[in-house]
Design a protein around this ligand. Sequence first.
Ligand SMILES: [Ca+2]
Ligand SMILES: [Ca+2]
Ligand SMILES: [Ca+2]
Length: 223
Amino acid sequence: MSQRERRSPTRDDAGFTLAEMMVAISIFLTLLVLVLSGTITVSRALKDTRQFTAINEQARVATERLTRELRQASEILAVSIPSTTDGPAMMTFGVDFNGNRRLDDVAADPEVLTYRYDPTDDQLTLTANDAAGDAVTQPILSDDVTGFTLDYRSSLWQYDTNADGITSWTEIDATTGVGNKNGVLDAPELAKIDLVVISLTVLKGTHRQTYQTEVGLRNQAQS
Ligand SMILES: [Ca+2]
Ligand SMILES: [Ca+2]
Ligand SMILES: [Ca+2]
């Protein structure tokens, strides 16, 4: 063996070859990407949870507010019932907050309230007159309401024609001498409605929460 050949580096004493270095670096980079993506996923999940907790709390407060106002309502003035459960819904009702036995257009606390759900922008709004008597619409919940339904019922059991224990507005509408049989909940039947089942669903990311409550209208006149 020549001098030159003896000095040539063998595989064992040359440290890492270029190929080995490349493999080591790519393994290191792969592990780094995995660790970073795991960290990002966890922080994104935490952010989603925080946002949902906030919207969840707003939805709870909104449902409680509507429940409180509706319980004091003296009359339901108008409703719009969607043909599908995810359609637009509207309800206008009056509350005699100042106790003067009529609904005032101008009052410190607005006495005619309209709640409206628009599924095209996932928004629940409230329209009421301000202290000057001008109608003002404000969002109650923005962007995150994926369902808002109002089911109208009566405690007048004699109109529960299918005897299922619930007097629905459709039964009121269909009763001769009580409803006008037009398939719509309108003026002739509204005075008979004294129960409203509210269902509100919010969705943030993958989190979904539905609030449902049945409200008895204490002051609704019946005849
Ligand atoms: Ca009043
Ligand atoms: Ca029934
Ligand atoms: Ca009707």
